[in-house]
Design a protein around this ligand. Sequence first.
Ligand code: A3D
Length: 320
Amino acid sequence: MARNKIALIGSGMIGGTLAHLAGLKELGDIVLFDIAEGTPQGKALDIAQSGPVEGFDARLSGANDYSAIEGADVCIVTAGVPRKPGMSRDDLLGINLKVMEAVGAGIKQYAPNAFVICITNPLDAMVWALQKFSGLPKTHVVGMAGVLDSARFRHFLATEFDVSVEDVTAFVLGGHGDTMVPLVRYSTVAGIPLPDLVKMGWTSQEKLDAIVQRTRDGGAEIVGLLKTGSAYYAPAASAIEMAESFLKDKKRVLPAAAALTGQYGLDDLYVGVPVVIGAGGVERVVEITLDGEEKAQFEKSVGSVKGLMDACRGIAPSLA
Ligand code: A3D
């Protein structure tokens, strides 16, 4: 059986980390693409040279021409610009929308059968635009944010409880941004919901509220520390988890920015919800019941995603 082909569109901090992880996990042969000349070629060669040491077999190459992604099974898109301190994800909209137009055309021409995972911010609006620009089925274009946001929540919770991160599950809904909705009720330690753990005295409501807020601000905290860009190790690991679920037909249940076609009473919109990812792409959108407060927070988050979509329509009339 031939190896899978993974195309990484954007070879910056996340793109390079994606290539390294995909190599280490032997997910397939890897093509790095970027408009910056030399960057994808240099990273491909460097990572390929780690193969003999790590013991993985993968062909890595770098390119500045879209023809190199031809026939890719998975495309992971990080092309664009990241945040600098003081910038919101939404400040990136104008620049990154133009990038999505070019990336969408490249994928449409050379990899129309791929499963596409978008990471470029502002995420929910960019993945929505990328699906339209590429014309690929909605089941095959998805955004990575929920796995990362949930991982941040899980890390903070595991540290607070002093238990393994493996035993902490967490759920984050809504748009990727300050309005994301960490669902405390659906987050557990070995199946015990967080509200029960508060009752059991494992933590206080105040501490839990602070963790929820730190999760919402998780990206900005790292931007503030790094000063020159945004997070890349955890975002790359999160997208690889999604790619692996598709390539191995694992049918993982993961939070992701998915196209809604009536679920949650919404249509023609991408927002973070639980989905099943398998060989068919996004095979199912899981509709969970929300209580009054959760619903209100989700609606607020949806409202801010819709605002970004309107801004995109203003810039690119073809999206209307
Ligand atoms: P960075 O290291 O700057 O890499 C971006 C790469 O894109 C650079 O190498 C650019 O040369 C390249 N690029 C720019 N324009 C084009 C184009 N038209 N075609 C191809 N390549 C192009 O950024 P990064 O890797 O740190 O971040 C990439 C994106 O991910 C940014 O938009 C971030 O905001 C976003 N991001 C999202 C999350 C989520 O959870 C959704 C987390 C972290 C970062």
